[in-house]
Write a protein that binds this ligand. Structure first.
Ligand code: FAD
Length: 540
């Protein structure tokens, strides 16, 4: 404890001496007394907190990294930042899977949320899933920094339950995905993850811990969901659960005709009840993306498919990917159900690939690809990702201009495309989507290869291609919205949020008036003239 106090005093001293902050002795004492938080100034901890999955540029370093032992450590830290004369930046970091430094805190403190009170022996253990007669279902309360894979393992162990809505990759934090939306092939039916959370504990930018839900402190609840970390740190989330199926039938079929592909996708997401697939995604296949599609374990050497064998079908193909969940009681009928659903579709005959696996293996599928890429040194490379929501009415223009145009057969990673139903997204949340009942996620999940002699694999080339895609959308009147958005100027953010911008600013002034939180998103000017809320300057 004595050692921690010394480290803490040093952190505060550095903060005061470097950025001229004033923190009183009372706050110091309170911070150190409030329990088991560890503060680190260690250069390797600082370095780790200064990079993210994007690996696009080195970020300005934080002064310190805090590993909280409980929500009250987060409260103490944010309160100190808020009550100090000018404030200092505080950013929650889930697992650092952002692309553009969104979880950074230049010159301030990064809260390493992955340091979980749930796994910390000094604090209480995880809570078990609960049945709520009022909600008519089960839920579980989890720490905001928990990884989804750990939530899944925990809820499966306690009652064979699982969250309803997912991301493709489970090594993301609950607070991190809820700050964006959290989407995957289940979103057409269950909505994004932000539509499947009942209640949150949030530490606001004033250092107050507030419990919020649809009924209680509604403005904060909906602000935080999809709120890019701007209104508070999520320390607890109450996640909706369902009974987990045992197994998954996973099917892929190919299309050469884009109109048939999207018609079938949109038909499938319009189905209700039990006569529907449980997961609907898709991806674009170019010659190169067959090789570079790290998400795909399907087209394995044992089950090879060469584009040349399909050359008569055109340069670009589209793969529809669907699953049907089942368990012991429904194992006897799953074949029939799948057949009935596939019968309606217009894919290329003879291009159906089927596999069968456990539910957890299906949900955790991307992790297997991660391990493979890591073993080849291809995981920790720059990732100039671009994620767009494209209105359904414009998806064919997008295909012509981008998949068959700008991409030029070079994707440098998977390109996902799948539609979602807007009515499954609560419009009160902060997230923005196109103004149409159906919109598509189009995700360019690129990896740049350092030192590549192939120009199309360089970071510069891919970054320029992203810009060309955005310019094409703007000039063709395709009103996209960025998912996991990244902008550099205030007018761009205002345009991104559109009708929601005024409310976003209002919420910011109410819940984080000194603009302390998640400054790495670059929406509001961090520190400086902290007496009022200042939008981010265009020049930055
Ligand atoms: P971080 O990157 O650490 O943080 C993201 C933002 O949220 C930051 O601004 C941070 O300050 C804030 N934040 C973090 N924790 C909290 C908290 N507790 N309270 C308040 N604010 C917080 N997204 C999808 O929707 N679907 C996918 O299928 C999907 N697949 C992915 C696959 C890979 C391999 C990767 C790298 C990312 C993927 N993502 C996906 C994107 C992912 O949702 C974002 O990266 C998201 O930011 C979560 O990552 P994180 O938990 O590491 O958060």
């Amino acid at each position: 404890m004595a050692q921690e106090i010394v480290v803490l005093l040093f952190v505060i001293y550095r903060l005061i001496s470097t950025v001229g902050l004033t923190v009183g002795p009372t706050e110091l004492l309170q911070l150190s007394k409030n329990g088991g938080a560890q503060f680190s100034l260690d250069s390797s901890d600082i370095a780790k907190a200064s990079v993210d999955f994007g690996g696009l540029s080195s970020q300005v370093e934080p002064m310190a990294v805090m590993r909280p032992s409980s929500a009250s450590d987060v409260v103490s830290l944010v309160r100190s930042a808020y009550h100090s004369a000018q404030g200092f930046p505080v950013s929650a970091r889930g697992h650092g899977h952002s692309i553009n430094g969104q979880a950074s805190a230049p010159g301030g403190v990064v809260i390493d949320m992955s340091h979980s009170p749930a796994t910390n022996p000094a604090s209480r253990s995880r809570s078990v899933p609960v049945y709520s007669p009022t909600l008519g279902g089960h839920y579980v309360d989890v720490w905001g920094g928990e990884l989804w894979i750990d939530v899944l393992n925990w809820t499966l162990e306690y009652g064979g339950l699982a969250p309803k809505s997912w991301t493709d990759y489970l090594y993301l934090s609950v607070g991190g995905t809820l700050s964006n939306a959290g989407i995957s092939g289940q979103a057409f039916h269950h909505g994004p993850q932000i539509s499947n959370v009942y209640e949150l504990d949030v530490v606001t930018g004033k250092g107050e811990v507030v419990t919020c839900s649809e009924k209680e402190n509604q403005e904060l609840f909906y602000g935080v969901l999809g709120g890019l970390g701007q209104f508070g740190v999520i320390t607890r989330a109450r996640i909706a659960l369902e009974h987990a199926p045992k197994r998954v039938r996973w099917i892929r079929v190919l299309y050469s005709d884009f109109a048939s592909f999207t018609r079938d996708q949109e038909h499938l997401i319009s189905l209700h009840g039990s006569d529907k697939f449980d997961y609907i995604e898709g991806f674009v296949i170019t010659d190169e993306s067959l090789i570079n599609n790290w998400r795909s374990s399907f087209f394995s050497p044992r089950n090879p498919i060469k584009l040349s064998s399909l050359s008569s079908h055109g340069k670009v193909l589209y793969c529809l990917e669907v699953t049907k969940n089942y368990d012991d009681a429904t194992a006897g009928t799953v074949d029939q159900e799948v057949e009935a659903l596939l019968k309606e579709l217009k894919f290329i005959p003879g291009t159906m690939f089927t596999t069968d696996l456990s539910y957890i293996d299906f949900l955790d599928r991307v992790h297997k690809a991660e391990l493979k890429l890591r073993s080849k040194g291809l995981w920790e490379v720059p990732h100039p990702w671009l994620n767009l929501f494209v209105p359904a009415s414009k998806i064919r223009n997008f295909d012509r201009g981008v998949f068959k145009g700008i991409l030029d057969n070079r994707t440098s990673g998977p390109v996902l495309i799948y539609p979602m139903n807007k009515h499954k997204w609560d419009q009160r949340s902060s997230v923005v989507t196109p103004d149409e009942d159906v919109f598509y996620l189009v995700a360019f999940l690129r990896s740049a290869v350092p030192d590549s002699t192939e120009q199309s694999q360089t970071l510069e080339y891919l970054t320029q291609q992203n810009e060309r895609i955005l310019e094409f959308c703007a000039s063709s009147g395709i009103e996209i919205k960025q998912y996991l958005p990244h902008y550099k100027t205030q007018p761009e953010w205002a345009q991104h949020f559109g009708r929601k911008w005024a409310r976003f600013i209002q919420r910011k002034s109410e819940f984080d008036p000194k603009s302390i939180l998640a400054v790495g998103q670059r929406i509001f000017e961090p520190m400086g003239s902290h007496s009022s809320l200042v939008p981010f300057r265009a020049s930055s």
